[in-house]
Design a protein around this ligand. Structure first.
Ligand SMILES: C[S@@+](CC[C@H](N)C(=O)[O-])C[C@H]1O[C@@H](n2cnc3c(N)ncnc32)[C@H](O)[C@@H]1O
Length: 208
């Protein structure tokens, strides 16, 4: 039933871009489990005391950043009200202690002053952006000179083979993501992680 399959794939894609409702609860758990290795690598690259996870989804990135010794404040920014509510409940103690600050926002309009972060991670989010240059400029603005903007993505060729990505994902070659970060004034290093079933790429960009 091609119509049904298209509907399922489009629903899944919509949930990945903005997890919500009952399905969103399951999606959050799947994201936390499936994306953990890439998020761990991103968090390791995001050194410093004031750090952020933008588009944290199920929240495992917040958990990893909070657990790190030396972290003073973790900021979480999300587009999805339901993922924000989930994080408020999961991390109630860290919120009350002021170690975690949560905000509604977007990669293209971050609720941060210039140079206010040591590092920011954003993993599996840029597929949902039409204007990558605007997001890279915004990340480079919020992260201090010498800090780290860390972008994690699935390999675009492997992602293109996943049927749900036909429904609204923008899959960019890694070189295109790197070029956008360089246009934002960053020096970029990249590495590939042999994750399964989708290999992943981590770009670490240092604002100059
Ligand atoms: C596929 S999930 C990835 C979640 C998590 N980072 C991970 O890797 O498991 C994408 C998340 O990015 C959020 N998102 C999408 N567009 C965004 C934007 N422009 N700014 C901030 N968050 C965004 C969605 O609400 C969703 O929670």
């Amino acid at each position: 039933m091609p119509g049904l399959r298209a509907k399922v794939m489009s629903t899944l894609a919509g949930q990945l871009g903005n997890p919500h409702g009952l399905l969103g609860k399951g999606v959050a758990r799947i994201l936390n489990r499936g994306n953990r290795p890439l998020i761990e690598a991103a968090a390791e690259a995001a050194t410093g005391t004031v750090v952020a996870d933008i588009g944290f989804g199920g929240g495992v990135g917040l958990e990893l950043l909070l657990a790190r010794s030396g972290t003073e404040v973790v900021h979480g920014v999300e587009l999805s009200p339901d993922m924000l509510a989930r994080a408020r409940s999961t991390f109630a103690r860290d919120l009350a202690a002021g170690r975690l600050r949560l905000s509604a926002g977007s990669l293209t309009a971050l609720p941060f002053a210039d140079d206010s972060l040591d590092a920011a991670i954003t993993v599996n989010t840029i597929y949902f952006l039409s204007d990558l240059d605007a997001a890279c400029a915004e990340l480079a603005r919020a992260v201090r000179t010498g800090g780290a903007v860390v972008i994690g993505i699935g390999d675009p060729d492997a992602m293109a083979a996943m049927p749900f990505t036909a429904y609204g994902f923008t899959l960019r070659p890694v070189a295109e993501v790197r070029a956008a970060l360089e246009r934002a004034g960053c020096t970029v290093t990249e590495r590939q992680l042999p994750s399964r079933p989708i290999p992943t790429h981590l770009l670490v960009a240092v604002p100059g």
